[in-house]
Design a binder for this molecule. Structure first.
Ligand SMILES: [Zn+2]
Length: 242
């Protein structure tokens, strides 16, 4: 097969995937997608691609951070709503610029903020969204409210947000960690938060150095693998899980 034939085959496979959730390409390429077609989620966008303060896969010791951590921050857009997950940036203007640059939205157009867990780098930017509803798992919400860090209460999220996004318990990094899952264009997308640190950690089912339970972390990653076509980790770009 020459290059042109290969590209034609690839285009046919991708075209088929847009019609059906189970693709058998001409050369036996079979992909079972885990998402549903009928979803109110129209698009999702990574706002900031995160990084870790120290990364064992880059040869860095866990004993000391060598750079500031930024978490991966994502916007989910559905019928009449925009949810921002883990608002990452402390500086309001920087958060506004990144949100605009990636979605064209202003801070005031965000309807809800979801916090995956209590670690500070996952809610540095929460205060920039005073008009939005602030949501987290019940224990995380209670902990942050008790800390008095914010003037406005964070509300315990139901199992589903806007009847389109599933709230999943994903313990291991912290015991009360929650991730989000939704369908978009036939793909099942999991916004993992720190249940998955980066793609390298995912490949080895490795928890980040500050995980409270490494075995549970690995089991949670297996669970995510069983339901996701795309994973957005807590501190890296998204990756495929087909
Ligand atoms: Zn964390």
């Amino acid at each position: 097969m020459n290059r042109r034939e290969f590209l034609g085959t690839l285009a046919a496979a991708v075209g088929d995937r847009n019609k059906t959730s189970d693709t058998e390409g001409r050369f036996g390429l079979s992909i079972k997608l885990k998402g549903r077609k009928n979803s109110s989620i129209k698009r999702w966008d990574v706002i900031t691609i995160g990084n870790l303060s120290r990364n064992r896969y880059w040869g860095e010791s866990k004993d000391r951070g060598v750079r500031s951590a930024i978490c991966s921050c994502t916007v989910i857009s559905g019928d009449g709503f925009h949810i921002i997950v883990d608002p990452s940036l402390k500086d309001e203007e920087a958060m506004a610029i990144e949100l605009d640059r990636r979605t064209g939205l202003s801070l005031d157009e965000i309807d809800a903020v979801f916090i995956t867990h209590q670690h500070g780098d996952h809610h540095f930017g929460l205060k920039h969204f005073p008009k939005a509803k602030w949501l987290a798992g019940a224990e995380v919400a209670a902990g942050l409210n008790k800390s008095g860090s914010y003037g406005k209460p964070i509300v315990a999220a139901d199992d589903s947000l806007f009847e389109a996004v599933d709230v999943l318990s994903t313990p291991g990094h912290t015991m009360d960690h929650h991730s989000l899952r939704f369908d978009c264009k036939g793909l099942s997308v999991v916004i993992a938060g720190d249940a998955v640190a980066t793609q390298d950690f995912w490949v080895e089912r490795m928890g980040y150095f500050n995980a409270v339970d490494f075995e549970l972390s690995a089991r949670t990653m297996d669970k995510i693998a069983s339901i996701a076509d795309i994973v957005v980790p807590g501190h890296d770009n998204y990756f495929l899980c087909l």
